[in-house]
Write a protein that binds this ligand. Structure first.
Ligand code: 5AD
Length: 350
């Protein structure tokens, strides 16, 4: 079996060559072996516990034109919304009262919210004694600093791909250099910093994915989310082929092997491609976080990064109970800690 020796090396040393990664990615025969190795590493370093984090999608307005994303500014086919501060804070309160230890606020990249507004919302939510994760895209150092000072704890900014040419082809008027600078700024400001990849993008390859994974390893992120590309209507890539769930799960597993102590969500895009088994498969191949959307349904349906985006219809409390039950069936349980990654706590020396 060609890739088993590289998988074994990864399980033992958490590193292999670029060549080894590429071999594993290109070889579909040893998938189960790879997933089992990632599951063992997950159990060993982050236990059977899953962090449940409440996602609130505060606005779908976006000034960017990323070729794959349904929220791109040129998509006139969706109604844009911006939640009010009261709506956001009351949603966050509901999450805190239902047992979630983290509230994640996500939006398109825009100035729909003024920084003062965001900071005030952060301060209000902090009163509920939860950790706050932000995912608002590329902002200046000063903006990131202001959010941090207001009480934000974590930030998610996927690199999507670290391949310069592919990055440029998919992101008009953006640069890989600035994205990396943003990630460095976040790290330097003391955020628990998350990044991640879109896999199976048109123009990508096993070699590019292997390099992307090495990039994530080198930057030693605290959290990494990996999702398959799903073609979205009214985008330049609407007729392109979707990424495969298998490739996304393999990238997920390789991420766990490379970075054993970080937090890895079972992403919504994986769930969307297989609503019955996707989440479970991700949790059994390295993932240890679930981030269900608890956005009000009238907004949730408008936050369409891609079609059929998986979401549950229940309330925050019902979703919590549902996962509690689902996780106990597979031998996992919801973590009662604050949701930091083992890696971040170690970095901080606590
Ligand atoms: N398919 C899958 N994931 C997507 N995202 C955006 N558009 C798509 C798509 N068409 C992901 C990006 C972004 C995250 C918020 O959503 O990776 O970082």
């Amino acid at each position: 079996m060609p890739s088993i020796k590289f998988i074994n090396e990864l399980e033992k040393n958490h590193i292999t060559s670029l060549y080894g990664l590429e071999k594993i990615i290109a070889d579909d025969d040893d998938c189960e072996y790879l997933f089992e190795a990632a599951n063992r590493v997950r159990q060993k370093f982050v236990k059977q516990e899953v962090h449940l984090k409440a996602l609130i999608e505060i606005s779908n307005t976006c000034a960017r034109e990323c070729f794959y994303c349904g929220l791109r500014s040129k998509n006139k086919g969706i109604k844009r919304y911006k939640m009010s501060a009261e709506e956001i804070v009351s949603r966050a309160k509901e999450a805190a009262m239902s047992g979630y230890k983290t509230v994640v606020m996500q939006s398109g990249e825009s100035s729909a919210f003024k920084d003062d507004e965001i900071c005030e919302i952060i301060r209000e939510i902090k009163k509920f004694d939860v950790q706050i994760t932000l995912s608002f895209g590329e902002k200046s150092f000063e903006q990131y600093r202001a959010y941090k000072k207001a009480g934000a704890d974590r930030y998610l900014l996927r690199i999507e791909t670290a391949d310069r040419a592919l990055y440029k082809a998919l992101h008009p008027n953006m640069s890989l250099k600035n994205r990396i600078k943003c990630l460095e700024n976040l790290r330097n400001l003391g955020y628990e910093t998350g990044s991640g990849l879109l896999v199976g993008l048109p123009g990508s390859s096993a070699k590019i994915l292997a390099r992307d994974l090495m990039f994530l390893k080198k930057y030693d992120f605290d959290m990494i989310g990996i999702g398959p590309f799903i073609p979205a209507a009214n985008t330049p890539l609407e007729h392109s082929k979707a990424g495969s769930i298998k490739l996304a799960l393999k990238a997920n597993a390789l991420t766990r092997l490379l970075l054993p102590k970080i937090n890895i969500p079972a992403t919504t895009a994986i769930e969307t491609l297989d609503p019955n088994e996707g989440r479970k498969m991700a949790l059994r191949s390295g993932a240890n976080v679930i981030m269900p959307s608890i956005t009000q349904s009238r907004y949730r349906d408008l936050y369409k990064l891609y079609p059929n985006k998986f979401c549950l219809k229940e309330s925050a409390a019902e979703i919590y109970d549902k996962f509690d039950e689902m996780l106990s069936l597979i031998g996992d349980k919801i973590s009662l800690t604050n949701g930091n990654s083992v890696r971040f706590n170690q970095r901080r020396g606590s």
